[in-house]
Design a protein around this ligand. Structure first.
Ligand code: GLA
Length: 725
């Protein structure tokens, strides 16, 4: 039993692998006591915090201070003397916006029930705490799930109208988590196209630190993640929390520094442009938030997320399985291809170990020669480029023993397309306004079932009729003009959440109909890299920027939350199309092979020599693939802080490891660099092939190794480390 209730203390104790979460009932309010390293189930009532006095001092009875105004509450509500960020605000029929849900009972379930329309982590022992406001009939269920193989707690709330009148949720966040003290720094992952998930740390202060998206997609601007780092902690040391939201539409995450020097975390569905009508008997389900804790710094927090997402979030059919090594034609041809050109690319990779050909944008529609036409016309294969349709290409690929991947962008539609001409009402728009175009397309109204039905039928038919083995699912714009013809006026502010439900329904119905097809997520590069998408797509295109140097930054930032197996990373041509840099093929492969991998270039130009070189890199990738998919990641150098980027990946049994040490710009003053290894068994002996030496784990971790890099930019060294008897 990982969840226990101590009736006398009225205290709940929830244990993960090495974490404990504890809260108790204080006058029927759930009062947070502790989240951190695993501790025994002792009396924690001394952790009750009383508030500072201020003009906000409110009493409801004979008390001298308001015990609940500063309570470390598991659910902050508004209007009764608590002025901190509320988790929920509901408007009742009378127009008042008050609620005071109090404990009425709880259940401990051996397995978390599946959520209705939202993706979430699977399984896990779950505590459900039932709260109710007797005056209004507003009910709240707080869900807590723990896992014995990872250091996270999954939380969410369900809001129910058990009253007799219509209510409106004006805010419906997923959780409140009060943390001790305010000695924290806040880490976010911000970015833009070709510059995804850069790390930014700011000091926690009094007031609210907020990150959000209003884009109806999680976006590359700010990933739905917030790190809360105890000041002084670093990559390897110190207490670190991470909050990761399993949701892809408009969201918000907040950390509030309060007057009594505490830190309250909260967030979920963005309450900007949000109101939800809750009729009697109806429920509103909030997205799940996964909160990791590690006493081993940021690296420990990342490993907690990697384990949690590999073990419980990502499709078990694919998560640990060997991945395709793809050749994608996008950067090789862009829109300018025909059957012969593609055939030459396919022939070009023969004998290299590349096993999947992915045909990117441009194969569909009557005249798709650029981004401006035909998007959405999946039912038409471009006759100028592929006069015989897709089947001859599929057959050719399969005859070579390779798999066939195909690009789609199902969620959007071009104005100049058959789809838009036949169904002009499918695109999101407000009557009388010209809809905003993003990359010359409009967003489809996925809140509508008829629109989704059309897409499911059309995309599934293409996959089925052409023996597609792999799908690259792109999404190249964010929603504007949020409005649905399918919703009444008083439900239009439900659009962003309903859009998310529509997206997930679409994913689910297409992916479930094609269980053997591997789906790769993509969004104009890596602009929808979030846990909800990962639930459906075991790998996501990390960025349109695959310059090796830039990729060290992007992949490092992405690894803060997401496992290496989730990152799709390709070797591109040189000079690189974004940066003009010219790192060697060996360097490009070393960086691109730290994830799900492939090539994105015109392989028809491969010489026999290059083919042999590529075959070598791919064999090397396959030899390390199990580590990459399943190992523990130790980040030894942060390329955002130095020219070095170093990953050490250690197998779970500590018998094997690979060290990839990259040095970007050649700063001649400092050509050698120390590496202290981590995560090995100090008592085991390890053979380091490239050093032709056997050393104990203790020596490798404490004395370490020194490396001297070649005197040119963008170089790397790789070490294979194996336990020996
Ligand atoms: C997006 C993707 C690219 C490519 C193009 C095609 O930008 O990120 O990889 O598929 O679309 O239009």
């Amino acid at each position: 039993m990982s969840i226990q209730y101590h009736a006398e203390r009225k205290c709940f104790y929830l244990d993960g692998k090495d974490v404990t979460y504890a809260f108790r009932l204080f006058e029927k309010h759930p009062e947070h006591l502790y989240y951190g390293k695993k501790i025994p189930h002792e009396d924690l009532n001394h952790l009750h915090i009383t508030g500072a006095l201020s003009t906000g001092w409110i009493a409801f009875g004979e008390e001298e201070t308001c015990p609940r105004c500063h309570l470390q509450s598991e659910l902050i509500t508004y209007g009764r003397g608590d002025y901190r960020e509320p988790c929920v605000q509901v408007q009742n029929a009378a127009g008042d916006r008050l609620s005071e849900p109090l404990y009425v009972g709880h259940e401990i379930l051996p397995e978390k029930p599946r959520m209705k329309g939202l993706p979430s982590m699977a399984g896990g022992e779950t505590l459900v705490v039932h709260l109710r406001d007797d005056l209004t009939g507003f009910e709240v269920d707080l869900y807590y799930t723990v896992y014995d193989d990872c250091d996270v707690i999954a939380r969410r709330a369900v809001y129910r109208n058990a009253g007799n009148d219509t209510k409106f949720l004006r805010r419906a966040y997923s959780f409140t988590l009060p943390l001790r003290g305010n000695n924290y720094d806040i880490l976010s992952l911000h970015g833009a196209w070709v510059r995804e998930r850069r790390m930014e740390t700011i000091p926690m202060h009094h007031g609210v630190v907020s990150i959000d998206s209003k884009k109806h997609s999680s976006s590359d601007e700010l990933n739905p993640f917030m790190g809360v780092l105890t000041r002084g902690s670093d990559e390897h040391h110190g207490n670190v929390y991470g909050v990761s939201l399993v949701y892809s539409s408009s969201y918000v995450l907040k950390a509030e520094g309060t007057m009594n020097d505490q830190t309250i975390l909260t967030g979920g569905v963005n309450d900007f442009d949000f109101t939800w009508k809750l009729e009697p008997g109806e429920e509103f389900e909030t997205p799940e938030v996964v909160i990791a804790f590690s006493s081993e710094g940021l690296g420990g927090m990342s490993r907690a997320f990697h384990d949690a997402y590999r073990n419980h979030l990502i499709n078990p059919r694919f998560v640990r399985k060997s991945r395709p090594i793809v050749i994608n034609n996008w950067e090789g041809t862009y829109f300018d291809f025909n059957f012969e050109k593609l055939k030459a690319i396919i022939d070009g990779v023969e004998g290299t170990g590349i096993d999947t050909f992915v045909l990117d944008d441009g194969w569909f529609g009557e005249n798709r020669v650029d981004e401006k036409t035909g998007l959405g016309d999946w039912h038409i294969v471009n006759q100028n480029k592929l006069p015989g349709g897709l089947k001859p290409l599929a057959d050719y690929i399969h005859s070579k023993g390779m798999k066939f991947g195909l690009w789609f962008e199902p969620e959007n539609v071009g104005p100049d397309s058959d789809l838009n001409r036949t169904h002009p009402d499918f695109a999101i728009r407000v009557e009388g306004r010209k809809p905003g175009l993003g990359r010359w397309t409009m967003s489809l109204d996925l809140t509508r079932k008829d629109v989704r039905d059309y897409l499911v039928e059309t995309v599934n038919r293409v996959i089925r009729e052409n023996d597609i083995d792999y799908v690259k699912w792109d999404y190249n714009r964010c929603v504007t003009d949020p409005y649905s013809l399918g919703l009444p006026a008083d439900r239009q502010a439900e659009f962003a959440y309903r859009y998310a439900l529509g997206v997930y329904d679409l994913f689910e119905r297409i992916i479930n109909a094609n269980p053997d097809v591997i789906f790769e997520g993509c969004a104009g590069g890596g602009s929808r890299f979030d846990p909800a998408v990962l639930h459906y797509f075991p790998q996501i295109w990390t960025s349109d920027n695959s310059d090796a140097e830039e990729r060290t930054l992007i992949q490092y930032g992405t690894s803060i939350v997401y496992p290496l197996s989730s990152m799709s990373c390709h070797v591109s041509d040189i000079p690189h199309h974004n940066t003009n840099r010219t790192p060697s093929m060996a360097t490009r492969a070393a960086i691109a092979h730290l994830g799900a991998t492939g090539y994105e270039l015109d392989a028809s130009k491969f010489t026999d020599e290059i083919r042999a070189e590529v075959a070598g890199y791919n064999a090397e990738y396959r030899a390390c693939e199990d580590l990459i998919l399943n190992g523990d990641l130790y980040r030894l150098d942060n390329p955002m802080e130095s020219p070095f980027f170093t990953y050490l990946i250690v197998s779970k049994d500590k018998n094997e490891a690979v060290l990839v040490a990259y040095r970007g710009l050649d700063r001649l003053g400092n050509p050698s660099h120390e590496y202290l290894l981590r995560g090995l068994d100090p008592n085991k002996n390890y053979r380091v092939e490239e050093l032709d030496k056997t050393m104990s784990g203790a020596v490798l971790m404490n004395a370490g190794i020194y490396l001297r890099f070649a005197h040119y930019d963008f170089t790397f060294k790789k070490f294979h480390i194996k336990a020996v008897d």
